[in-house]
Design a protein around this ligand. Sequence first.
Ligand code: NAD
Length: 354
Amino acid sequence: MLHVGINGFGTIGKRVADAVRVQPDMTVAGVSKRSPNFEATIAHDRGYDLYAAGDDGRVPFDAAGLDTAGTVHDLVEVSDVVVDTTPGGVGATNASLYEEHDTPAIFQGGEDPDVADVSFVARANYDDAVGADSARVVSCNTTGLSRLFAPLEESYGIEKARITLVRRGGDPGQTSRGPINDTLPDPVEIPSHHGPDVQTVFPDLDIDTMGMKVPTTQMHTHSVNVTLESTPSAEAVRDLLGRESRLFLIPETLGIDGAGKLKEYTRDAGRPRGDVWENCIWAESVTVEDNDLYLFQAIHQEADVVPENIDAVRALSERTASARQSIDRTNDALGVGRGLVEHEGNAPRSTADD
Ligand code: NAD
């Protein structure tokens, strides 16, 4: 059983902890927080050992009546692997702590790529992280793009990718984020940081990305144009993508016209927090003109990196033989693909090397 510590129990950290908890080969060693806010009480209610990460140590938790098992140093000590889910930039300041304890660590997409030995997306480069000391699970957008590019590159070759990312202004809990009533080119420079980030996973990929921000907390939406090296039919592309376990092709019959209905659908399907772990591709948007592929996909920013973190834990700890094994195990335990109507191209569901 792998003991996994989660340092930073916010939007991503609490989801990773709950995902670790349901894996047959992992257990939550504990979670750390800086302050005894509502998420600390949730950690407590879930039965996770709580460790204090703030400058004042356990004092604020004692004052709030919340038991702690120690400080973040103690958490790293009792963990086989640490998943660092602190805010962007903070993870890098924790790297020396993990090195001191000789504990493998997983960082998130808010860190610079050089924080870790490898930038990681299970479907694209699992093997690069096997036995590494550290990995960086790339951002939600980069994860969503890499999952799409992996099968396209393998089956057809990619000449050039051009993506416009319409990005949610903030997460539901981020009351300080915006815009409130505007649409922003963000960043206004081209390419946006997303293209270079995808190149940390696909170093040879020719990709341009443009980013915008809009006033929603639901999901990101990508407008995708990929010039392929061959000319498959749209039907063949739909079948290819439909066989990927972390891509969901939204059947036209569901009447899902946007992120709002997608989130409603997954809440109705009983997903925890309404989380959407899969890329959601509108099946009827998949279009091929000569060798240009076009499609729209939606990415749930709070959720798609969660199964990737679980696979990264297995890769670093060298406990699983292959990407395929890890992805299948993660999917089964978490319920990836479960509760969603199958598109005709979705069966049988298969993963890495099909
Ligand atoms: P968050 O602010 O929701 O959660 C971070 C948590 O870490 C908070 O509970 C905060 O109190 C705690 N924290 C702050 N400093 C700490 C420290 N020194 N030690 C321990 N805990 C500390 O942030 P998030 O949205 O979960 O983002 C975490 C990482 O995941 C970032 O790198 C981010 O870029 C990345 N990420 C976020 C999203 C998203 O949409 N939220 C998607 C993909 C990746």
